[in-house]
Design a protein around this ligand. Structure first.
Ligand SMILES: NC(=O)c1ccc[n+]([C@@H]2O[C@H](COP(=O)([O-])OP(=O)(O)OC[C@H]3O[C@@H](n4cnc5c(N)ncnc54)[C@H](OP(=O)(O)O)[C@@H]3O)[C@@H](O)[C@H]2O)c1
Length: 263
């Protein structure tokens, strides 16, 4: 059975998910509904046959799966507003950082499957890693939620207490990697490449490094050993980065992000 999905609060992340689901042929455009108060920025979806509306209640009428992609401060209020028309066979997936399952259940105030999920913006290209957590789930329902996110990349089922850490490593992680890529491109320009050529080399190198680990299931240090000749240029450069706090800066940044999220 094809899911009928509604994305309520379809901003940046909601659109990334809509794009990934459509590109991955998870559902046909007519089985997808997107909502936000001002729908102007959703016109390109309407042009493809996706239903677009600012009426959250009518949007969920035939939905099998409802994704709440709202900002955290909007989630409970919007959930409360749709509860009169919620059906017990509908599944809710909330993407908002920090909104806990117990509050979602208390607000929905009925027997309904509720999931929290933390993807990243690479859902747009079906390369996200998405962590999912839930309480008292039925296996078949969990599998439906997993199947949807598998169209958008990798999926992990975690305990709720790890959701904040997943937010930092997986969702904020996109920004850390982007900054790393930008710095490598700047280095590339200094040693002689045009910005465009440096960017092409770095994007492919980062992609290749990631695929080596994903496909080979090896450890980064094993791959580093393969390219570091004694007294060679790779180890000289790597050690210089470490003397300047490369690993330490990343670890400390991740911990600071985590602490900031906790406040
Ligand atoms: N960005 C990420 O990498 C990422 C990753 C994982 C999780 N998240 C979580 O995803 C959520 C969304 O983040 P975002 O960056 O996509 O935010 P965003 O771009 O602001 O999207 C939220 C959308 O909700 C809409 N909205 C507000 N009130 C509404 C209502 N009553 N009914 C329907 N739509 C409403 C807003 O549009 P209108 O003003 O037009 O209504 C807005 O476009 C956040 O909770 C965040 O914690 C983000």
């Amino acid at each position: 059975m094809e899911e009928k999905i509604v994305i309520i609060g379809c901003g940046n992340l909601g659109k990334s998910i809509a794009d990934g689901l459509l590109q991955g042929n998870f559902l046909s455009p007519s089985s997808l509904t997107l909502t936000k108060r001002n729908t102007d920025s959703l016109q390109r979806y309407a042009d493809q046959g996706v239903q677009v509306t600012s009426d959250n209640k009518s949007a969920i009428t035939d939905a099998t799966l409802i994704i709440l992609a709202l900002k955290p401060y909007n989630v409970l209020q919007v959930l409360e507003s749709i509860t009169p028309v919620l059906k017990s066979n509908q599944l809710i997936v909330c993407l908002a950082t920090g909104v806990e399952l117990k509050d979602l259940h208390a607000t929905a105030n009925r027997e309904v499957g509720i999931y929290r999920a933390m993807p990243n913006t690479a859902t747009h290209v079906q390369k996200s890693i998405t962590a999912i957590c839930t309480q008292n789930h039925q296996e078949e329902e969990l599998n439906r939620v997993k199947r949807m996110f598998e169209t958008l990349g990798g999926v992990l089922h975690v305990d709720e207490e790890l959701m904040a850490a997943v937010t930092v490593l997986g969702a904020c992680g996109i920004a850390y990697v982007m900054r790393f890529i930008r710095a490598m491109v700047q280095g590339g320009i200094q040693i002689g490449f045009s910005a465009e050529m440096a960017s092409t080399i770095v994007k492919h190198t980062v992609n290749g490094a990631s695929e080596l680990l994903l496909q080979g299931d090896t450890h980064p240090e094993t791959e580093i050993d393969k390219v570091t000749t004694p007294k060679g240029c790779t180890i000289v450069g790597l050690n210089e980065m470490e003397h300047n706090g490369f690993s330490s800066a990343l670890i400390r940044g991740i911990v600071k992000s985590f602490e900031a999220l906790d406040k």
